[in-house]
Design a protein around this ligand. Structure first.
Ligand code: M6R
Length: 366
C-alpha cells in the first residue's frame, strides 16, 4: 500500500512527478501547444469578464490560493482576494453577480469551505471548484471546476494535493490570460514549456532527499523555526511552516521575508533556525540582504536555493538545491525540500508523521 515507503507521507511526496503528470495529462499538449481545461473553457466569458475573483479555502489549500492570487493578477489582470473560508462565511462579505469564487479543497468535504460556497452561490457568484476528491460535496456544489487528479492522499499532511492544486491554478491563469490577451503568445508558449518540465524538475529535487535528511539531523531538536520567502515563494514559507508544525510539533512561523524587521526579527538568536525560500527570481537581491540581516544576528540559516547559486550557498549554514524554474511556477519545486525536511524531522523525533496528534484528514466540522 505504501509502495515500499515507510510512511504514506513519504510515498505521497515521491508520488509527485507522477501525480503532476496525471494532473497535466489530457490538458497540456506540447505538440499542438494547447491547454485544455473544459471547466474553464465552457465558462470562459465568466472568467474573462469577471470583476474580481475571490478564492476561499483552508490550511494548505489556502496557501495554494495565495500563490494563485499572484498568478492570476500577473497573467490575467483580474483583482483577486484570498480568504480563509471560515472568515468569509461568518462575516458579511460583499459578493454577488459578476464575482467568481474559486474554492480549493483536497477532500472536497471541508465544512467551512462548503458553507462559504453556499453563501456566495446564494448571492449570485459563479462557483469554480479546484478539488481532488472526485464526486465530493464541493465538486457537486460548484457550477464548474477542474479536478487536481493527484490520486488519493492518505497522509494527514497535504503534499501532492498542494502541488496539483498549484498546477491547476497555473493552467487556469495561463488560459484566461491568453484569452484576455494580458499575456503575449510568446509568454503563453514559454509557460506551457515550463509547465511540461515541472515533473522532471520535481523528480530532480526528490533525488536529493538523502542530503535533506542530513540537514534534518541538525535541526531535529529545534524549538522554533522561522520560514521566510518573498513573492511567489511567500506562500511557500507559510506552507513550509504549517507542514513542520503538523509533522514535528516544532513551533514554526512563516512570514514574507521583508516583514521580519517589523517584529519577528526580535526572535532571532543563535538558537533559531531560519529557513529561506530563496530561489532565483525578481526578489533575489532583496532576499540576499534579508539573509545577511539574520546572519548578522547569529541566526542559523537554511536556504532553498537554485542550482548554481554560489552566493547564498556561501552565506547559509545549510542549503537545499532545486532546479531553476520560472518564478510563477517556482512554488511547485521550492516546496518539495520543505516537505522532505518536515518528514525527516518528524521521523527523527519519533512521531507518527501520517497521523499527527489532534488532526483529521478532512475537517467536516466547523
Ligand atoms: O481538504 P481540504 O483541502 O479542504 O483541507 C484543508 C485543510 O484542512 C488542510 O489543507 C490541512 O491544513 C492539512 N492538514 C494541511 O497539511
Amino acid at each position: 500500500e505504501k509502495g515500499g515507503f515507510d510512511h504514506f507521507m513519504l510515498k505521497e511526496i515521491f508520488d509527485q512527478p507522477g501525480s503532476l503528470t496525471d494532473c497535466l495529462r489530457g490538458r497540456l499538449d506540447m505538440e499542438n501547444l494547447t491547454l485544455t481545461l473544459a471547466g474553464v473553457e465552457e465558462h470562459m466569458s465568466v472568467f474573462s469578464q469577471a470583476k474580481r475573483i475571490i478564492i476561499v479555502a483552508c490550511g494548505t489549500s489556502w496557501h495554494a490560493g495565495l500563490v494563485a492570487e499572484y498568478m492570476i493578477e500577473t497573467l490575467c489582470r483580474i483583482p483577486v482576494e484570498v480568504e480563509y473560508a471560515s472568515e468569509f462565511r461568518y462575516r458579511n462579505p460583499v459578493v454577488g453577480e459578476g464575482d467568481v469564487l474559486i474554492a480549493i479543497s483536497q477532500s472536497g468535504e471541508t465544512a467551512d469551505t462548503l458553507v462559504a460556497i453556499e453563501k456566495a452561490k446564494e448571492a449570485g457568484a459563479f462557483i469554480f471548484g479546484v478539488v481532488n476528491a472526485v464526486g465530493s460535496s464541493i465538486a457537486r456544489l460548484s457550477h464548474s471546476g477542474a479536478y487536481t487528479h493527484a490520486g488519493p492522499e492518505i497522509g494527514v499532511a497535504s503534499t501532492k494535493a498542494f502541488t496539483a492544486q498549484l498546477t491547476v491554478l497555473a493552467m487556469m491563469a495561463i488560459k484566461i490570460g491568453r484569452e484576455k490577451k494580458t499575456i503575449t503568445e510568446a509568454e503563453y508558449n514559454r509557460y506551457l514549456a515550463e509547465l511540461a518540465l515541472i515533473p522532471e524538475k520535481v523528480k530532480a529535487v526528490l533525488e536529493t532527499h538523502e542530503s535533506i535528511k542530513e540537514v534534518a539531523k541538525h535541526y531535529a531538536d529545534a524549538r522554533d523555526f522561522l520560514f521566510l520567502g518573498r513573492g511567489y515563494n511567500f506562500p511557500v514559507a507559510l506552507e513550509g511552516a504549517l507542514k513542520l508544525k503538523e509533522i514535528s510539533y516544532i513551533h514554526a512561523e512563516g512570514y514574507p521575508a521583508a516583514e521580519m524587521k517589523h517584529g519577528p526579527i526580535a526572535l532571532v538568536d543563535e538558537n533559531l533556525p531560519v529557513l529561506f525560500i530563496a530561489t532565483k527570481d525578481a526578489y533575489y537581491e532583496k532576499i540576499v540582504s534579508n539573509i545577511q540581516e539574520i546572519k548578522a544576528r547569529k541566526g542559523m540559516v537554511i536556504a532553498v536555493i537554485s542550482e548554481g547559486d554560489t552566493l547564498i550557498r556561501g552565506m547559509a549554514d545549510h542549503v537545499m538545491v532545486v532546479p531553476e524554474v520560472d518564478e510563477l511556477l517556482a512554488p511547485l519545486v521550492s516546496v518539495i525540500p520543505t516537505q522532505i525536511l518536515s518528514y525527516y524531522i518528524g521521523v527523527l523525533r519519533g512521531l507518527d508523521v501520517d497521523k499527527p496528534r489532534n488532526l483529521a484528514k478532512s475537517v467536516t466540522v466547523e
